[in-house]
Unconditional design. Structure first.
Length: 127
């Protein structure tokens, strides 16, 4: 927590303790078998904790190193990451799909990352 100079260390410690208690309570209240949380502040990991179980029968405690199967949630995560790269000017939606994992077998004549209808939506400016 050495780089967290802009935030009082006691306030951060109190907030993290509250988050820890709140998450533990909500897990029990919602009957969630297990979960993991991580809180970053000022580019440092301030809290990393596992709650409950990774498997119920037989019981296997959850750990912070547990690898979750996220299935279709990865589409949302990938789309968000792509749009963040677009916002930073590091990617354009009409860029060809090059530089992806070799297993994808992308050819130079493959269509761009996004089709024109997505580009149209990305240019919409509320006003």
């Amino acid at each position: 927590m050495r780089r967290m100079a802009n935030l009082d260390r006691n306030a951060l410690r109190d907030a993290l303790a509250y988050v820890d208690r709140w998450v533990a309570f909500r897990r029990e209240f919602r009957d969630i078998p297990g979960l993991v949380i991580a809180v970053r502040h000022a580019d440092e990991l301030a809290l990393s904790k596992a709650y409950g179980f990774a498997q119920l029968d037989p019981p296997v405690p959850m750990t912070t190193r547990y690898v979750f199967r996220i299935a279709s949630h990865s589409k949302t995560i990938t789309a968000t990451a792509i749009m963040q790269l677009v916002e930073r000017g590091r990617l354009r939606l009409d860029d060809p799909r090059l530089g992806v994992h070799p297993v994808a077998h992308v050819r130079r004549d493959d269509p761009p990352i996004a089709q024109p209808r997505e580009r149209h939506h990305s240019r919409w400016n509320p006003g």
